[in-house]
Design a protein around this ligand. Structure first.
Ligand code: HEM
Length: 147
């Protein structure tokens, strides 16, 4: 029974990993198209971006939650090197990037805000986020014993 639950958790963990990386790739083409469009189209694109951020955010929470359960139920102790490295990268991405996304979007409608600067920041933040997620994906799949 415990094995079945563990299997379901690993599966949910991987599905949430897919959902917390995949949607980000929609960002790049949208950001490119957002430059210099009129307000109605801009609003449509921005609502897609908002949905993407919400999916990624919820999936990220499920990812961490199932990950913690896997640690509690599974054979890997929390101090295993690849787990600690994942947690360190996770902390980095949570602090710098998740906040970066919401801040940029909130500021987007400020009259004084330079939209091109905002879009460049959004683009850069998305790439950093994807990069960090791919590093964590590598740590999880390879499980390297770093020390
Ligand atoms: C709080 C953070 C996390 C914790 C505690 C955690 C924990 C774990 C554990 C213990 C396993 C081993 C399951 C097993 O093979 O028995 C695992 C597998 C996996 N994790 Fe995570 N994880 C976390 C974050 C992430 C992130 C951010 C990603 C993706 C970017 C990710 C993707 C995966 C994948 C794809 C596997 C399956 C690897 C395999 O079994 O070969 N995890 N995770």
């Amino acid at each position: 029974m415990k094995q079945v639950i563990y299997g379901i958790l690993v599966y949910s963990h991987i599905v949430s990993a897919v959902l917390s990386i995949g949607p980000l790739f929609i960002f790049m083409p949208i950001i490119r198209r957002l430059r210099g469009v009129d307000a109605v189209i801009e609003q449509a694109y921005l609502s897609v971006i908002n949905v993407v951020i919400r999916i990624v955010m919820h999936a990220g929470h499920v990812l961490v939650f199932t990950g913690v359960l896997l640690l509690i139920l599974g054979p890997w102790p929390w101090y295993t090197s690849w787990v600690i490295m994942t947690l360190a990268v996770l902390l980095l991405s949570a602090v710098f990037l998740s906040r970066g996304f919401t801040l940029v979007l909130r500021k987007f409608h400020d009259p004084g805000a330079d939209k091109n600067v905002m879009l460049s920041r959004l683009n850069k933040t998305s790439w950093y986020y994807i990069g960090l997620m791919l590093i964590m994906l590598w740590l999880m799949v390879q499980k390297p014993m770093l020390w």
